[in-house]
Design a protein around this ligand. Structure first.
Ligand code: ADP
Length: 475
């Protein structure tokens, strides 16, 4: 529980952290890049326009061989330069000859603004900066006469209007990004909660099944990967439920089968114990019956063990086994039984008939099928076993003209503990497991088995098994 909860929180956290990281990057970019770019554009525009204003003043004073307060004043009297807050003209030593500022005029004083000093050294220059809610920009140019520096022009601009526009832009961007951030946070919370809720219902179903509620299913709407996983999980649980049902059935059938001979043994022993002065012959008869029941018990347990081994999936290494010698051995064992029942046993084995299995498995298949064919036969009947190679397989057919199996029950006979006629099977010493063992063994070796009726009565079992070892397929 704790780990699931921890996992869920961490997933939600991870998703939210991912969204937040992306959001942070977008916000930083949104709030810096456009502002930096527009600021740069403003700086460039300011420098260019101030340099051209300085150039206009320079043109007005050109032609003067020397700069004085009077001639500069006269030359610039009618010159009006828009957008400039202050213009200064200085002599080569930095002494101000002309200043547009009236209050606090610098005329007659020496000024050493960086740009002016640079201009007096012969270089044009300009700068612009944003400070305390305004753009402060300045440009300066040297005044030349016959290539001699006779002074410098300095222009300055203070612009709060564009600065406030830029500030507005920055505020708008900030409010937009805060709005977007709030929306993204809300959406991310919504989506991650949605995601964890879907995961939660899947987990609940898994937990339910883990605790044994096999009828529990994951119900998720939509068509995404979660729905697919839920569908696959449900299929898995269907199969699990089926297997569990079959297992329960098997255990209950097996206990029932074991109970019957055990009950008979108890009954017989009780009878012996409770009957005083039982004569020797009756006692021997009872003990012989007990022996038969014990034998039945051991047959059932042997068959159960065989089936459990088949179910465990442990497969012995198979080799190519020739059918003829194994079939001979089976025939030798069953011939006395067949003779006793007045059934004729015929064996036809075509040369080259071989199967990929273990000898024990082949023996089990042939013995069970042939024994059944004798057991469920009639006096004067026949049992014919043929083995014939066919392409890459070998086909084994066990046919009899005995009591037969009703058509509707042909496929059921391979089920565990299934008997067409219970009493007859028990009387014949059957366990109801023989054909299941045969069918499991055949399919484990990649083969197939089917049963069919023989015209005129009787049954035919047809087994097809691979007849070539892997890697030696015919070209
Ligand atoms: P059992 O131990 O009862 O013989 P099997 O699994 O070998 O169990 O066979 C299942 C049932 O199929 C038998 O009880 C019998 O009713 C039927 N059966 C099997 N083989 C034949 C056959 N050759 N002819 C008629 N009925 C058969």
């Amino acid at each position: 529980m704790a780990t699931i909860l921890r996992g869920r929180i961490s997933l939600q956290l991870k998703i939210s952290a991912g969204y937040l990281a992306i959001l942070l990057i977008v916000m930083v970019l949104m709030n810096t890049y456009p502002l930096v770019v527009s600021e740069d554009l403003v700086f460039q525009g300011k420098c260019n326009s101030l340099l051209s204003s300085a150039a206009a003043l320079n043109t007005a004073v050109s032609g003067l061989d020397e700069l004085t307060e009077e001639n500069v004043g006269q030359a610039l009297a009618g010159v009006d330069i828009a957008g400039v807050s202050r213009s200064i003209v200085a002599d080569p030593y930095g002494k101000v000859l002309y200043d547009t500022r009236e209050i606090g005029s610098a005329v007659g004083r020496y000024v050493f603004y960086n740009e002016l000093v640079e201009a007096l050294l012969g270089n044009s220059c300009a700068y612009s900066e944003y400070k305390e809610g305004a753009f402060h920009s300045a440009a300066a140019q040297p005044v030349l006469y016959r290539n001699q520096i006779i002074g410098g022009i300095y222009v300055y601009e203070y612009d709060a209007q564009q600065a406030s526009l830029l500030e507005n832009l920055s505020n708008t961007l900030l409010s937009i990004s805060i709005g977007v951030a709030a929306l993204v946070v809300m959406l991310s919370m919504f989506f991650s909660r949605q995601l964890t809720r879907r995961l939660g219902s899947l987990q609940a179903a898994i937990r339910g099944v883990r605790e044994g509620a096999y009828n529990q299913r994951a119900i998720l709407s939509g068509h995404d990967e979660f729905t697919q996983i839920a569908g696959e999980f449900n299929d898995l649980v269907d199969r699990l439920q089926e297997t569990e049902g079959a297992r329960r059935q098997f255990v209950s059938d097996a206990s029932h089968e074991l109970k019957t001979p055990l009950a008979a043994i108890r009954l017989l022993t009780d009878s012996i114990l409770q009957t005083e002065n039982m004569d020797g012959a009756t006692a021997r008869e009872f003990v012989s019956d007990i022996g038969q029941e014990a034998e039945r018990l051991s047959r059932i347990t042997e068959d159960l063990l065989r089936l459990t081994r088949l179910d465990s999936g442990v497969i012995e290494a198979a080799g190519l086994v020739e059918v003829a010698p194994v079939l001979d051995r089976v025939a030798r064992m069953l011939r006395p039984v067949a003779e006793e029942k007045g059934v004729e046993l015929l064996i036809v084995c075509i040369t080259g008939a071989a199967v990929v299995a273990t000898e024990g498995e082949l023996h089990q298949i042939l013995y069970n099928l042939a024994e059944n064919a004798i057991k469920y036969n009639r006096r004067g009947g026949y049992v014919r076993v043929t083995a014939e190679p066919k392409g890459e397989t070998t086909v084994i057919v066990v046919e009899d003209d005995g009591i037969g199996i009703p058509a509707g029950e042909l496929s059921n006979v391979f089920k565990r503990f299934y008997r067409v006629d219970k009493a007859r099977s028990r009387a014949a010493g059957g366990t109801g497991l023989g054909l299941s063992i045969v069918s499991d063994t055949v399919s484990r070796r990649g083969g197939a088995i089917r049963a069919e009726n023989v015209d005129g009565g009787g049954t035919r079992f047809i087994v097809t098994l691979p007849g070539l070892e892997r890697g030696e397929e015919e070209p």
